[in-house]
Design a protein around this ligand. Structure first.
Ligand code: NAP
Ligand code: ZN
Ligand code: ZN
Length: 349
C-alpha cells in the first residue's frame, strides 16, 4: 500500500485537518503521482459540507491535481517517471457503455468514479488531491502543458474543462457573443477560453469590482448584475450564456438576453430549484441546458489548447494550512481567481 498524507474533513461541520491514509498498491496499468499542486473548486465546499447529500467521511477533497510521475506499472505505456501530469474529476468509469466508448466518460451510464467521495469498482472510497500522492489508472491521467507553470495549470483539470466543453459544444468562436455569469474559478476560465477561441466575451458579475481584472483576462464587456439597466439594454444580444454561479439567480432575466436559438447553459449548482418562465424560451426558440466537466479525450484537447494559446488560471497559491480560510473567502466571492494548494506545505503539517 502507498502511505499518503493529506487533509480531510471528518464530518460535514468540522474544518479540514491533517490526515494520514493508504492508497492502493499500484496495479500494472497504474501511474503513481507525487502531487505538487491542487486547486480548490467550489464543488469541494459543496461536498465537504454535504450540500448534495450522500457525502462519505473522512473525505479528502480535491480534483484539480497537478504533479509528477514517480512510478509506472508494468503495463502502463502512456507515461514515464518525471512526466508532468494531471488528474481531474474522474479516476475511472465503466469503460464499456456508449458514453464511455464515445469519450464522454463524465456521462458514464453507471456513473463515473469521481476522484473523491466516490467508490472504486472494488468498493474502496476514493480520496482526492489535498494529499501528497495519488495512484490512478493511466487512462484517466492527463499530460500537462510543458510551456506553462504547473501550479497555474492545476485548475484547468476542473474549472478549465468545465468551461471548455460547453464553449466548444455550443460553438463559441469568431462572430459569437458569449456571456459568462460569475467571475470566480470557473467563470474566469470561461473568459480566458472563450476569448482564446475568438468569441466576443461579456462578464456578468455582482458588482464592478472585478472589471479591470476581467478586461485583462480578455473580456470585451463587463456588467454588474446589481444594476437593473444591465438586463434592459442587453435583451436578445447573446448566442450563448454560461452560468457558473453557485447560488440561485433569476435565470429568466438571462434567457431574455439570448438571441433567437441562443442557449443558457448551467454549470454552477444552485442550492435549490430555480423557476423558469416558458415565454422567454418560446418567444425566441431559446434553450436552457446543463453541462458536466468533460471527457478524458476532450480534457487532453483542452490542455493542449491551453498550451498553444498560453491560457492558464489566475491563482493565489496557499499553504494547505490555509484551506479552511480559503473556503470562507470563496463563500464571500473573494477569490482572485482560484486558490491552489502548494502541496510542499504538507511537510510542515
Ligand atoms: P467560485 O470560485 O466560488 O465562483 C462562483 C462565482 O459566482 C463567485 O465568484 C461570484 O462571482 C458568483 N456568485 C457567488 N455567489 C453568488 C450569488 N449569491 N449571486 C450571484 N453570484 C454569485 O466557484 P467555482 O469553483 O467557479 O464553482 C461554481 C459552481 O460550479 C459551483 O456550484 C460548483 O459546484 C459548480 N461546478 C460545476 C461543474 C460542472 O461540471 N458542471 C464543475 C465544477 C464546478 P462574482 O463575484 O463575479 O459575482
Ligand atoms: Zn471542480
Ligand atoms: Zn461507462
Amino acid at each position: 500500500m502507498v502511505k499518503t498524507k493529506g487533509y480531510a474533513a471528518n464530518n460535514a461541520h468540522s474544518p479540514l485537518a491533517s490526515y494520514s491514509f493508504e492508497r492502493r498498491e499500484p496495479r500494472p496499468q497504474d501511474v503513481v503521482i507525487e502531487i505538487r499542486y491542487c486547486g480548490i473548486c467550489h464543488t469541494d465546499i459543496h461536498q465537504v459540507r454535504d450540500e448534495w447529500g450522500g457525502s462519505t467521511f473522512p473525505m479528502v477533497p480535491g480534483h484539480e491535481i497537478a504533479g509528477v510521475v514517480t512510478a509506472v506499472g508494468d503495463k502502463a505505456t502512456k507515461f514515464k517517471v518525471g512526466d508532468k501530469v494531471g488528474v481531474g474529476c474522474m479516476v475511472d468509469s465503466c469503460r464499456h457503455c456508449v458514453p464511455c466508448r464515445s469519450g464522454l466518460e463524465q456521462y458514464c451510464a453507471e456513473g463515473p468514479i469521481y476522484t473523491y467521495n466516490s467508490r472504486e469498482h472494488d468498493g474502496t472510497v476514493t480520496m482526492g488531491g489535498y494529499s501528497d500522492k495519488i495512484v490512478v489508472d493511466e487512462n484517466y491521467v492527463l499530460k500537462m502543458p510543458d510551456n506553462l507553470p504547473l501550479d497555474a495549470c492545476a485548475p484547468l483539470l476542473c474549472a478549465g474543462i468545465t468551461l471548455y466543453s460547453p464553449l466548444k459544444h455550443w460553438h463559441a468562436g469568431p462572430g459569437k457573443n458569449v456571456g459568462i455569469v460569475g467571475l470566480g474559478g470557473l467563470g474566469h476560465m470561461g473568459v480566458k477560453l472563450a476569448h482564446a477561441m475568438g468569441a466576443q466575451v461579456t462578464v456578468f458579475s455582482q458588482s464592478l469590482r472585478k472589471q479591470e481584472d476581467a478586461k485583462r483576462m480578455g473580456a470585451d464587456n463587463f456588467y454588474a448584475t446589481s444594476d437593473p439597466e444591465t438586463f434592459k439594454k442587453l435583451v436578445a444580444s447573446f448566442d450563448l450564456i454560461v452560468n457558473t454561479v453557485s447560488a440561485g439567480i433569476d435565470w429568466n432575466q438571462y434567457t431574455n438576453l439570448l438571441k433567437i436559438d441562443g442557449s443558457f447553459v448551467i454549470v454552477g449548482v444552485p442550492d435549490k430549484p430555480v423557476p423558469v418562465d416558458a415565454f422567454p424560451l418560446i418567444m425566441g426558440r431559446r434553450s436552457i441546458a446543463g453541462s458536466l466537466i468533460g471527457g478524458i479525450r476532450e480534457t487532453q484537447e483542452m490542455l493542449d489548447f491551453c498550451g498553444e494559446h498560453n491560457v492558464a488560471s489566475t491563482i493565489e497559491l496557499i499553504p494547505i494550512q490555509k484551506v479552511n480560510e480559503a473556503y470562507e473567502r470563496m463563500l464571500k466571492s473573494d477569490v482572485r481567481y482560484r486558490f491552489v494548494i502548494d502541496m510542499a506545505s504538507l511537510k510542515s503539517s
